[in-house]
Ligand binder design. Structure first.
Ligand code: RP5
Length: 177
């Protein structure tokens, strides 16, 4: 049973050390007015808690889960094994293998259980991808996404206009300030 107060997106991370990246996904959802719930749940260190989370995610109203993890990053894939709707995986950068460990763990899912994997530390894109999935059935949200994209274009255009006006040397100096 869906109601307006239910969070539409579940944001889950394997450790609070993932928080700076996961916060970027939450920032995007807040900017677009999308309700979410954020949790720290480790699939390895507390498998019983994780299983309960993934099993009850649908009845809590989640339509998308954004799951971030690092190293042997099984959290997103296991969410996708249990939760029937889209799961977006965010591979964390790691000091030992530069995040390739997390990336391969998340992206190399077996056939039948997809995880939409964004770039290493791609928190903002995960938030945007979740919004785009929800926008398929939400015209107001689609409008906000169009204006978000239009704003990106304006930012590049104003940078280029400044470059044309000042020249690259002055532009570079101003960037250092
Ligand atoms: C993963 O192990 C987490 O997602 C985190 O990225 C990584 C390291 O966790 P901590 O040792 O910082 O708690 O489960």
């Amino acid at each position: 049973m869906e109601n307006a107060k239910m969070p539409k997106v579940g944001i889950v991370m394997g450790s609070d050390s993932d928080m700076p990246v996961m916060a970027k996904a939450a920032d995007i959802l807040e900017e677009l007015g999308i309700s979410y719930e954020m949790r720290v749940i480790s699939a390895h260190r507390e498998p019983d808690v994780f299983f309960e989370y993934a099993k009850t995610a649908e009845e809590k109203g989640f339509q998308v889960i954004i799951a971030g993890a690092g190293m042997a990053a099984h959290l997103p894939g296991m969410c996708a094994a249990i939760f029937p709707m889209p799961v977006i995986g965010i591979p964390m950068h790691t000091s030992s293998l530069g995040g390739r460990d997390s990336l391969y763990s998340i992206v190399q899912m077996p056939s039948g259980i997809p995880v939409a994997t964004v770039a290493i530390n791609g928190g903002a894109n995960a938030g945007l991808l979740a919004a785009k999935i929800l926008a398929v059935a939400d015209k107001e949200l689609l409008k906000k996404l169009r204006s978000y994209t239009e704003n990106l274009k304006k930012q590049v255009q104003s940078k280029d206009a400044r470059l044309q006006e000042r020249g690259y040397r002055a532009y570079l100096e101003e960037m250092k300030k």
